[in-house]
Design a binder for this molecule. Structure first.
Ligand SMILES: [Cu+2]
Length: 238
């Protein structure tokens, strides 16, 4: 495996000049495998949510990556639960559009099996997962780089941005019922939480110390809650 990886990097370094004039950021030589433009491998303990992904071919001869819209917030850690429902082997690679294009060319020369945390290769009927933390805003791509598959439709935009999330933010009114500063928990009687798809009710939220300091029992607030590391958390308040 080690030899294969070394060969891969060598081939990529050789191919770099051809792309040097473009918008390609960094270059393989400087890019650490653990921190890429698209982010870094995520920890299972930090997963914010799961996106189910299906890889398949259809009767029209297309090859597809099917999933809900891949609209991700900056900093979010996603578990991609990937199932190959096709009859062929497929890949799921997360990267910039530019890097996928480069790697596709490399793959066309030699169908290499990679062992990178941002990609997984699945036999027909197999499933697996990629846990990824999206550290930077931008438009990225999920793709299958097996020769011919990208052209048959196996690519999908992955948009990462905080701007989008900001625009969506809607404040909810609530009244603070109880504060447990030690546990970092606050009970709020609140209106509907649109972004979380939750009706009006009384719920316990997490809040960090700075947020806690601004709260008092009985206070009427306008706030935004979101899932942070899987826990409902007050992220903004006024
Ligand atoms: Cu494929």
């Amino acid at each position: 495996m080690r030899n294969l990886l070394l060969t891969t990097s060598f081939a990529l370094v050789l191919s770099a000049p051809a792309f040097a004039a473009g918008t390609h950021d960094g270059g393989h030589g400087e890019t650490k495998p653990t921190a890429m433009m698209i982010g870094m491998p995520g920890e299972a303990a930090n997963v914010d949510r799961t996106i189910d992904v299906t890889l398949l071919e259809n009767d029209e001869g297309e090859m597809l990556i099917e999933s809900e819209e891949m609209t991700i917030k900056e900093g979010e850690t996603i578990r991609f639960n990937i199932t190959n429902k096709g009859e062929l082997e497929h890949e799921f690679v997360l990267d910039t559009v530019e890097r996928n294009a480069e790697h596709k060319i490399e793959m066309a020369k030699m169908d290499m099996e990679h062992d990178d945390p941002n990609r997984i290769r699945l036999d027909a009927g197999a499933s697996g997962e990629v846990v990824w933390t999206f550290a930077n805003a931008g438009t990225f791509e999920a793709a299958c780089l097996i020769p011919g598959h990208y052209e048959s439709g196996m690519h999908r935009a992955v948009s990462v941005g905080d701007q989008m999330a900001q625009a969506d933010v809607e404040y909810t009114s609530g009244t603070i019922k109880k504060i447990d500063a030690k546990a970092g928990k606050v009970t709020i009687i609140h209106g509907p939480l649109v972004n979380l798809d939750m009706p009006a009710m009384t719920m316990v939220f997490r809040a960090d110390e700075a947020m806690m300091a601004k709260m008092s029992e009985g206070q009427d607030i306008e706030f935004v809650a979101d899932r942070v590391k899987g826990k409902l958390t007050v992220t903004q308040m006024k």
